[in-house]
Design a binder for this molecule. Structure first.
Ligand SMILES: Cc1cc2nc3c(=O)[nH]c(=O)nc-3n(C[C@H](O)[C@H](O)[C@H](O)COP(=O)(O)OP(=O)(O)OC[C@H]3O[C@@H](n4cnc5c(N)ncnc54)[C@H](O)[C@@H]3O)c2cc1C
Length: 486
């Protein structure tokens, strides 16, 4: 057995502020990173080219960082269940370390790997929670139950002291593999990092955030120096660049969550008014939403399979294929919905307000199963993340943990309120660019004018569909009551 520890990166594509990597370094100076391109994930049908492109870019940056500190990041492209124990055994590593992940697939995979490592007599350390500020067991109700409602979760979560960024002084120098060990690594699956294109994912546009730790830190600094101070109001307007766009960096751990948190505390300390404080707090609440959904996925993995609330289980969704296609392509005839879908199709990112609008529209107006929308989002989003995406969809479909039973967004009121001049609509729906704002935000564009510019007629009537949805929902609730009486 050598002194080597393999550090298996998954959603922590950075060196600094990495809890598991720091733990590995405290056990040995010979730490080598490994990332496994997992065909079980890459060959699924909900993988976005923008996301893979971003991930590969982060891996490239991470390889560079490893080289700077004297070690390296090995790349595998195989099922990690076999590939990780095999590589560790071949290199006679004394241990494999990694950071914990809440997703059901990861948990099952990790359990199998733990068994394989044990069998080979290789130690492991998997108990680092790196992605989130508090691990799920820390945030429980008075009755020691996981929270299913955000507000009490937030109160408990914010009251707890939070860890500082991890000291990474030691990681400034690591020992690398010997030449002979490098050969062994190659014989046991280590390959050169492929491009996203090599993996079958083509993305030609700029990404909303450049990959790697340095651009993420820059975004954080830029955001906490300016937009955070007006976040509460500005975050709702999709035409304004009022949010951080850090979601992909947080998903892949290109930036450490403790680093993000301390930046908010420093900004709070420097704030000069209650109003600024309240803006910063609002952003902190979004960070807590992210954790709320990760805790929810950990505590209730069945969320990944469908509706949480009884009334939305077995809901008679109509799943009209033409409607679904129109929604995906941004051709519903509802300008704000179409602008948002086109933004996502083109950028691989969509503004949060618009994610809520289009999700409500798919479920409450088109009566389409939210799981179809959830999957389409995963096929497109650079930040597509099971917990956050599922949480957002369940919230919008009224099928999740949210105590407010029926939230229906009216696309016109949303546009009037949050895109009053129609700027966002004009940016993304080019055929409507020269129309009056009034038309754009109310959606009341005369049929002939729609025809003239090649913009579709509304595929459904919002008011009628809303009544229809409410009727079906009521019926479902009554059915549940009937069943419970049996
Ligand atoms: C239907 C729907 C689907 C969504 N799918 C995803 C997804 O796949 N991945 C994803 O990261 N977010 C998702 N969100 C949440 C949110 O829309 C994005 O996190 C946000 O728009 C990303 O932009 P930002 O980084 O500028 O956010 P900011 O406003 O700057 O927020 C900071 C960070 O907080 C987190 N965050 C913010 N809002 C939420 C939220 N409502 N739920 C969970 N975390 C949040 C994100 O990590 C975000 O980067 C979804 C929301 C909805 C309504």
């Amino acid at each position: 057995m050598s002194d080597l520890i393999l550090f298996w990166h998954r959603r922590d594509l950075r060196i600094s502020d990495n809890t598991g990597l720091a733990a590995a370094r405290s056990h040995s100076s010979k730490v080598v990173g490994v990332f496994c391109l997992d065909p079980n994930i890459l060959e699924r049908d909900d993988i976005a080219p923008a996301r893979v492109t971003y991930m590969i870019g982060c891996l490239q940056a991470l390889q560079q960082r490893y080289a700077e500190v004297g070690s390296q990041l090995l790349i595998l492209h195989a099922n990690p269940v076999q590939a990780i124990p095999r590589l560790a055994a071949a290199l006679k590593a004394k241990a494999v370390f990694w950071n914990w992940d809440v997703e059901p697939y990861s948990q099952e995979r990790d359990r199998t790997i733990i068994d394989a490592l044990k069998e080979k007599g290789i130690q492991f350390l998997d108990q680092n929670w790196d992605q989130i500020l508090h691990f799920p067991d820390e945030i429980r109700s008075g009755a020691n139950q996981p929270y299913t409602v955000y507000t009490p979760f937030w109160k408990n979560w914010i009251s707890k002291p939070k860890a500082n960024p991890v000291e990474t002084g030691l990681i400034a120098s690591l020992q690398n593999l010997t030449k002979a060990e490098e050969e062994i690594a190659k014989e046991n699956g280590a390959i050169a990092l492929p491009t996203a294109k090599d993996l079958g994912f083509i993305w030609d546009r700029d990404l909303v955030i450049a990959p790697g730790e340095a651009p993420a830190l820059e975004k954080l600094e830029e955001f906490t120096n300016s937009a955070i101070n007006e976040y509460k109001e500005q975050r709702n307007f999709p035409a304004i660049n009022g949010t951080s766009q850090l979601s992909a960096a947080l998903k892949f751990g290109a930036i450490g969550i403790r680093t993000v948190w301390i930046a908010t505390l420093e900004t709070l300390e420097n704030s000069r008014s209650e109003e600024t404080e309240s803006n910063i707090r609002t952003w902190q609440q979004e960070i807590a939403w992210r954790e709320f959904y990760q805790h929810a996925m950990y505590n209730f993995p069945e969320l990944a399979e469908g509706a949480f609330r009884e009334a939305l289980k077995n809901f008679p969704w109509q799943n009209n294929e033409e409607y679904f296609q129109a929604w995906c392509e941004g051709k519903t005839g509802y300008p704000i919905v179409d602008a948002a879908m086109r933004q996502m199709n083109e950028l691989g990112w969509m503004h949060n307000r618009c994610r809520m609008i289009v999700a409500s529209f798919l479920t409450k107006d088109l009566l389409i199963n939210p799981q179809l929308g959830e999957k389409y989002f995963m096929q497109k989003l650079i930040d597509g993340d099971l917990s956050a995406n599922n949480g957002g969809w369940q919230w919008s479909a009224s099928s999740g943990m949210d105590p407010k039973p029926l939230r229906i967004f009216n696309p016109a009121s949303q546009a009037q309120k949050f895109d009053p001049e129609g700027e966002y609509i004009r940016e993304w729906v080019s055929e409507l660019r020269s129309m009056d704002a009034e038309y754009l935000v109310t959606g009341k564009i005369p049929p002939l004018e729609r025809e003239a510019v090649g913009y579709p007629q509304p595929i459904v009537d919002h008011n009628q569909q809303q009544r229809h949805f409410k009727g079906l929902y009521q019926q479902q609730k009554e059915n549940i009551l009937d069943i419970s009486r049996i």
